[in-house]
Design a protein around this ligand. Structure first.
Ligand SMILES: [Zn+2]
Length: 334
């Protein structure tokens, strides 16, 4: 296997604050000797754990990039014991285009791990992250939101893992993040995810879904900001108190949490995010967009729970995601 062509323009293992890029040569029509430049900030001080914080894995999700840009400009080395590696716009070409997948190779970064050093642009970035950044980290936080086609109740999540000790460490970090909702997630199709790669290296991993609809709100940014602070305190990297608010514990035990559209058309939601649903209850009606006088198709919840994610915008296509119904757990806030 060839060497990964990415080179950092800053030292990754030096003390102090360094802002620079991961430079990936990318020869193309408009720049024969050009490069993809992935912004990176490293803030290190003394001996301690390393946190790897990433946003923009998908390019149309904004809480992570904004909150991490703020962190990169405001976190002072004297506040840090150990190291914080910040990549606010990991999938830089997708962030620049405002798209979920990379416009360069069409790849979904979160289905492209562990990547390969001689593959496409996305595969090379994934391979560098998996072989150079994740091994340096003790704890990894990867920000997601719904992007342009989903909207979520704001939650942090940790996965059900075979290694129960690692799972407990991930759950504790997820609870420290302290989003309004805390989700224990069984990933149905985890092949190629950043999550899976980090977890396979034995690291503590937390992910989020903080909103969506192709933008961020003051409230969702505040959740991201607090979560970063709490996670760094929890990891022993930053001094200070955890900022604790109430959180609702949700479980996503299996695929009956999901409902998909079996017709294209105009989607009319009958409940909103956070509303309670019973199994069999209609979540949405899909009206034809091309004729009048025809009854709508009914989409129903497949189990009891809270409407945790929904489709945006108002048109749906056959096979689109309609609803995620997560189960409320009566586990008290730790
Ligand atoms: Zn995402």
């Amino acid at each position: 296997m060839s060497r990964n062509p990415i080179t950092p323009t800053i030292p990754l293992d030096a003390q102090g604050v360094h802002h620079g890029f991961l430079k990936l040569p990318y020869s193309r029509d408009d720049s024969a000797w050009g490069s993809v430049m992935i912004p990176i900030t490293v803030i290190a001080n003394g001996d301690g754990p390393t946190a790897l914080l990433t946003g923009g894995n998908h390019g149309d999700e904004y809480e992570g990039p904004i909150a991490l840009q703020e962190l990169a400009t405001s976190l002072r080395p004297e506040e840090v014991t150990g190291r914080v590696i910040i990549l606010p716009m990991l999938n830089t070409p997708a962030v620049a285009a405002g798209t979920r997948c990379s416009p360069v190779d069409g790849a979904n970064m979160n289905r492209s791990f562990p990547g390969t050093p001689d593959g496409t642009v996305t595969q090379k970035i994934c391979h560098y992250v998996a072989t150079e950044l994740v091994p340096r980290a003790d704890i990894v936080l990867d920000f997601h939101s719904g992007g342009r086609t989903l909207d979520f109740l704001p939650f942090a999540a940790a996965h059900v893992l075979d290694d129960k000790k690692q799972e407990a460490a991930c759950m504790a970090a997820m609870q420290a993040f302290n989003a309004p909702y805390s989700v224990r997630m069984l990933e149905i199709d985890n092949v190629g995810m950043f999550d899976t790669e980090v977890e396979s290296q034995g690291k503590v991993f937390v992910t989020t879904e903080l909103g969506g609809a192709g933008t961020a709100t003051a409230r969702s940014i505040a959740i991201a900001r607090k979560g970063i602070h709490n996670l760094l305190v929890h990891a022993g990297i930053k001094q200070g108190a955890l900022q604790r608010d109430e959180t609702v514990h949700l479980d996503m035990p299996d695929e009956t949490c999901f409902t998909f559209a079996e017709r294209s058309g105009l989607v009319e939601y009958l409940v909103d995010l956070g509303d309670t649903l019973r199994a069999g209850q209609p979540v949405a009606r899909i009206w034809p967009a091309d004729r009048s006088g025809e009854a709508p198709a009914i989409c129903t919840a497949r189990r009891d729970g809270l409407l945790t994610a929904r489709h945006v915008p108002g048109l749906v296509k056959l096979g689109d995601f309609i609803a995620l119904v997560a189960v409320v757990e009566d586990q008290p806030d730790a």
